[in-house]
Design a protein around this ligand. Sequence first.
Ligand code: SF4
Ligand code: SF4
Ligand code: SF4
Length: 329
Amino acid sequence: MAKPKVAFYWCASCGGCEETVIDLNEGLLQVADAVDIVLWPVALDFKKKDVEALSDGEIAVSFINGAVRLEEQEEMVKLLRQKSGLVVAFGACAHLGGIPGLANFYNRETIFQRAYKEAPTVENPEGITPQEKTAIDVGELTLPEFYDTVKTLDQTIPVDYYLPGCPPPPDLVMNAVNAILKGELPERGAVLAPNKAQCDTCPRAETKPEKISMKEIKRPWEIKIDPEECFLVQGLICCGPFTRSGCGETCIRANMPCRGCFGPVDGVVDQGAKGLSAIASILGLEGEEKMSEEDTKKLINQIADPAGTFYRFSLPSSLLRRKRMEGVG
Ligand code: SF4
Ligand code: SF4
Ligand code: SF4
């Protein structure tokens, strides 16, 4: 019997999601044995034309990581959608926009200005920036369009399942691959991780009191972090209350607060807004005591980079999607 065909593709990605596939270790050999890999740019030399030559729906499943930032990425994911029975958004960038999605606080012009003209290591006296078309003696060179706005995968093509995480942990990937091979998948649209918050599975949960009052907000490098106590009690912002579990509490076990890469649980449309409201509700209050407006402002100002803290992985998928800027829709 023919093996199911599988494709791996990367868009605006750091490569970490590809590492997770390698981290399957001996599991990778099982996967390679059970499926026929038809596209995997980081490891195998298949071309776009090889995918084009397949029939529609012939690929059983495409795992696509990275956000969609370039015209070329949009073209490739649309092709993969056409050729695939299932598409899995693999990792936080494809799922929610991820770290590359923070670029939605800027636009193409401001990004090019910084990256190609202003950055201290750049030497570019003529101020040249990437052009979509450049005439040369023997014809024309082209580059894909660089969009103003970073998009999640499901803002570009319909997605069947989501594997969360930055990157998704290997055991979750292996479970997903096995479920696909056995045809034991949940309802389409599901996030393939438990529908619980980090706090529900956290080894520090017992030290998190029912009512917390954060009177001071610290950054991890400013204090000696207790390895057992809830981070919120220690004055550190932990995204655990508004982040899905399933990672094995990786950061928490390494004595770092959760930063939210698994995204929200089902039903939460905006992880950042949920986080803002969760943290705002515990700032400065104790019993009936109220803080003055001035002290409240001081406390809020202790949150370094609030937009980056609450929307670190999810800005493109949020209700905001991007900063409003002139000329950008
Ligand atoms: S989800 Fe994380 S590991 Fe994966 S591509 Fe994005 S930034 Fe890299
Ligand atoms: S806030 Fe963070 S440290 Fe505290 S219980 Fe929740 S996940 Fe654990
Ligand atoms: S603890 Fe939070 S930030 Fe760390 S891997 Fe898990 S979900 Fe991601």
